[in-house]
Design a protein around this ligand. Sequence first.
Ligand code: BES
Ligand code: MN
Ligand code: ZN
Length: 498
Amino acid sequence: MTAPKLAITDSDPSSTTADAVVVGTVQGPDGLALAAGSEAVNAAFDGALLDVLDAVGASGKADEVVTVPTLGKLGARVVLAVGLGKPADDGSVTEDQVRRASGAAARALGGRKRAVTTLSALHLGPAVEGTVLGAYSFTAYKSNKGDGPVARVDLVAPAEGNIRAHRATLKASTAIAEAVTATRDLVNTPPNDLFPASFADRAAALAKAEGLEVEVLDEKALRKQGFGGILGVGGGSSRPPRLVRITYRGPKAGKKVALVGKGITFDTGGISIKPAAGMDEMTSDMGGAAAVIATVVLAAKLKYPLEVTAWAPMAENMPSGTAYRPGDVLTMYGGKTVEVLNTDAEGRLILSDAIVRACEDAPDYLIETSTLTGAQVVSLGKRTAGVMGTEDFRDRVAAIGRAVGEQAWAMPLPDELRGDLDSKVADIANVAGHRFGGMLAAGVFLREFVAEGVTWAHIDVAGPSFHTGAPYGYTTKGGTGVPVRTLAAVLADIAANG
Ligand code: BES
Ligand code: MN
Ligand code: ZN
């Protein structure tokens, strides 16, 4: 995908020659109103912009895009009025309202050569992110690639002596958005082309481009070192599993953070096979791994003063004559044994191998993310991630997620669920004997593998990482890139506050 070229400007948006000038509208207490930043455009309309928009039915609601011709009054041919939704009582709008409106605008601008946006006058970074993310499309497998994204967007931001800060914001927000689109690209690549070995190659290429240290364990190395969970799950596929490690050591590295992500390149369910309807969506079961890979690369680009290691266990969960079975007992990395009662609860098996290994390096924080349970979607819906783990850190991660516009909610790990995972033959079973609290049971399983004293969080993104409906805001079809922006913001917060 080619992203739009972005530039910051403080020149008058009404005189800039462009295909379109973007202004924000809001649903104010008295109905449709113009957002701040639109003053010069309104003036060029002789103060009648609101009347014009009202006449063509604009309401200011989120995701609304209304186009009106400028009839030579402005340098741009049309005004694109994008709804921000309801402002706060003081008239302000949130960062995510701007991100979302910028995404809606970018989608509407596809194929144009040049646009100038005033949404950036509200919140610059979110306008950058929303523009890049909304302009995203995955056309690698299309013969007809379509019009492509808007080629260039000028972001209006009043200079007021802040030019250097604006440039730094542009750079950081662009890097964050590119980490999200890199994640989307990996998730959207079909499973016949993205399998453990090819996924590991792509991860290594991304990491090496930033000069990062990469280690890829193949099936032989995994066997030698006793990664029984990854080998068990990967055993049914003709395409053997991998464990990727990518390390970034920052300047004056402070805290050590381990990121672990689920990399099931396709989840058929294995011998406990899934129904056919919707199985195709299991191409997205590696979204956690893609997110942690993109995040460690981003940490390097933004030079966070941290040591960050991403761990990505990769396997394809297939039924075959060599597949693991319900009833098998796996000896995990580190020696714990697991009775497999359902081969479709495979994510926790590859993750616990990686978690034990990650804990050997004694990280200050461990953040694991995965498309782990259908129960996440049942309890929190398609757009809100479930966050579990060490209570303080869990709450911190969930709050940071919400602050960056990735909905997240803290969930408990009830102790009584541990008993439901008791196995007759092994140390623990991979599923409880019932369906209650399925997201939490998976978290309780993972907790068994986190070393004493390691502060950790588990982010279940089964719903939020993949979008099957119509595009909205900056969320396009397919991989969403969630939770990359949460992970990036948590790393930034740890870098700043420990
Ligand atoms: N990858 C799935 C979870 C999933 C479901 C992700 C829907 C995205 C959308 C996971 O491996 C799985 O199959 N989980 C089982 C666990 C069960 C067997 C305890 C589930 O949720 O049904
Ligand atoms: Mn599964
Ligand atoms: Zn899965």
